[in-house]
Structures are given as structure tokens and as C-alpha cells.
Design a protein around this ligand. Structure first.
Ligand SMILES: Nc1nc(=O)c2c([nH]1)NC[C@@H]1CN(c3ccc(C(=O)N[C@@H](CCC(=O)O)C(=O)O)cc3)C=[N+]21
Length: 300
């Protein structure tokens, strides 16, 4: 069997078209222009690329975009002051502080200061709690993107066995919550799990979110399973020229695609969905802040 390749890039384009429609409706019917502020501290070149993408796509869908690039040497107090200013700014409905931040800044303190009503990453304790008990609010961007791709590919997920490899607060834990809500049987496995290949072989749905390049091999995949590869591992690629890099997922794509029913590629799979879901969450928070019901097609 050769797997269907799940095209996250094109799904994300379609999602952004729907988002643009919701932005136009919020403007016309309610006089609301959703606004997203992105804060980046320091000069990580990877981060710069994502932040530029986020700002560009925010404007393309008709939203208000603000970008704050702070120097590596900025104090924690200055970052906290900026977050508080954005919390109080009525033109801003979403605040994202790009992680990681430099070592002298405590990310927990920064995240803890973001108003949960504007927490489009769904990183604050209040947002994580809402997600866990199913209250309306933003849903972690990467997990939401994975869920949209799964629903599009499989329809009803009820009763399917999902094995999530990885237990991070960013991806593993929230995606497990979402899949439970979809009536999946959920196993959370990780690098210390006993017989990881054996666990993954039971899965109808594999979510690979360990952050280790090509760790999950094709012979771990049950024939016909749906494989969602969240890994974004940047690897040196001297064959492409000096200093060049390429991206590898957490799944060994070449072998897995021969066995899986469907699989996301890296790049072009989950990554573009993460950014589109950030915009979707900004519609959700802008709606909730204004007492409106968020559009059901943009959330979990
Ligand atoms: N507060 C915060 N929220 C985040 O959501 C967040 C963050 N910090 N820090 C960094 C990570 C990483 N991340 C990605 C988003 C899109 C792609 C993406 O679009 N990737 C493209 C490839 C891009 C490339 O070639 O580098 C793809 O997979 O096709 C990747 C990674 C969001 N993150």
C-alpha cells in the first residue's frame, strides 16, 4: 500500500480563505477587526522566519497585525511590561510570545502574564484548563491543526486507537485531550515507554511529536494507519551546499509511506496548519472578547 499524502499546505490555504471570510463578516456586521500581536525576543533565525510568515498571513486575511522584535538583551521586566500593554489594548485580541526566549527570561512568567482571553497559543494555565474540560476558548494551534487534518482524512474518529508519541505541554498533552473528546482510545507514549514500536503498531492514528528526527520507522506502522508527523527537525544538509539545512520529521517518511494509509509530509504537513490555526484562534478570541459565539468551523 502506498499512502495518501496529506497536503497540509493546501488545507491551510483553504482554512485561511475561510478565516478571511470570517474577518470580513466580523468587520461588516460588528465593526471588529481582529488583531494579533507577535512578540519575538532575540535573533534565532528559525524563529524570525516563522514570525515573518505569521505577520504576512495575518495581514493577508484582513486582520490587524503588530510585530515586536526585542533585542536579546531586553530585560524580563520590559517584556512583561509589553505583554501588559498588549493585554490592555482593545485593538489586540491575540498575543503570541515566540518561544524559546533567552535564558535570562522565565517563559512561565511571561506566559502567566498573558491575559487568558488573548492567549491564542493556548499556553496559559487557564486556557489549558478550559481545553481539558471542554469550555469555549482557543485550542493549542498544532493540535488543532492535526485534528482538522484527521477529520478531513478520516471523518468520524470515534473508537479509533490513537497513539500519541510525545508528552509535551505544547503538543502531546493537548492533542491527547482533543482526541479523547473525539471518542478515540488514546495512548500517550514517549521515549521511555517500554516497547514503543509495539505500542505504535497498535495505532489506527499515530501522532509523532517527540522531536527526534526519523525515530518512528515504517515497520512500526500498522498497515493503513493514519500518520501525523509533528516533528520539525532542522538537519545540516551539506549536500545542498555549505551551511544549508533541511527539515526532517519524527517519522521515517520513505519507509512509513509504503505502509500507512495516509501520512503528512515534512515540510508541507502540520507546520502550515499551525500558523493557520493561530489565525483561527484570533477569530475565536476576538469573538469571545466581544460576546459573540466563535465560528464552529475554526475550532475543535
Ligand atoms: N509561542 C509560540 N507558538 C508557536 O506556535 C511556536 C513557537 N512559539 N515557537 C516555535 C514553534 C515552531 N512553530 C512552527 C510553525 C510553523 C512551521 C511551518 O510552517 N513549517 C513549514 C516549513 C517552514 C520551514 O521551511 O522552515 C512546514 O512544515 O511546511 C514550523 C514551526 C511554531 N512555534
Amino acid at each position: 500500500m502506498v499512502a495518501t499524502i496529506i497536503d497540509g499546505k493546501s488545507f491551510a490555504e483553504g482554512l485561511r480563505t475561510r478565516i478571511a471570510g470570517h474577518v470580513a463578516r466580523l468587520k461588516a456586521e460588528h465593526g471588529i477587526t481582529p488583531g494579533l500581536a507577535v512578540v519575538i525576543v532575540g535573533h534565532d533565525p528559525g524563529s524570525q522566519v516563522y514570525v515573518a510568515q505569521k505577520a504576512k498571513q495575518t495581514v493577508e486575511v484582513g486582520m490587524h497585525s503588530e510585530k515586536y522584535e526585542l533585542p536579546e538583551t531586553v530585560s524580563e521586566a520590559e517584556v512583561l511590561a509589553l505583554v501588559k500593554k498588549l493585554n490592555a489594548d482593545p485593538a489586540i485580541h491575540g498575543i503570541l510570545v515566540q518561544l524559546p526566549v533567552p535564558d535570562h527570561i522565565d517563559p512561565k512568567k511571561i506566559i502567566g502574564t498573558i491575559d487568558p482571553a488573548k492567549d491564542v497559543d493556548c499556553f496559559t494555565p487557564a486556557s489549558v484548563g478550559k481545553l481539558a474540560i471542554g469550555l469555549p476558548g482557543p485550542v493549542s494551534c498544532t493540535p488543532l491543526g492535526c485534528l482538522m487534518l484527521l477529520r478531513d482524512n478520516l471523518g468520524d474518529l470515534s473508537g479509533l486507537h490513537a497513539v500519541v508519541v510525545g508528552r509535551s505541554n505544547l503538543v502531546g498533552k493537548p492533542i491527547a485531550q482533543l482526541l479523547l473528546r473525539e471518542n478515540c482510545t488514546v495512548t500517550i507514549a514517549h521515549s521511555r515507554s517500554k516497547d514503543l514500536p509495539g505500542l505504535v503498531r497498535q495505532a489506527d492514528i499515530v501522532i509523532a511529536a517527540v522531536g527526534r528526527p526519523e525515530m518512528i520507522k515504517g515497520d512500526w506502522i500498522k498497515p493503513g494507519a493514519t500518520v501525523i508527523d509533528v516533528g520539525i527537525n532542522r538537519i545540516a544538509a551539506p549536500e545542498r551546499g555549505e551551511g544549508k539545512t533541511r527539515l526532517l520529521g519524527d517519522v521515517e517518511f520513505a519507509s512509513a509511506k509504503e505502509v500507512a494509509g495516509a501520512i503528512t509530509p515534512v515540510p508541507g504537513g502540520v507546520g502550515p496548519m499551525t500558523i493557520a490555526c493561530l489565525l483561527a484562534n484570533t477569530i475565536t478570541t476576538a469573538s469571545l472578547i466581544n460576546g459573540l459565539v466563535p465560528p464552529s468551523d475554526l475550532t475543535a
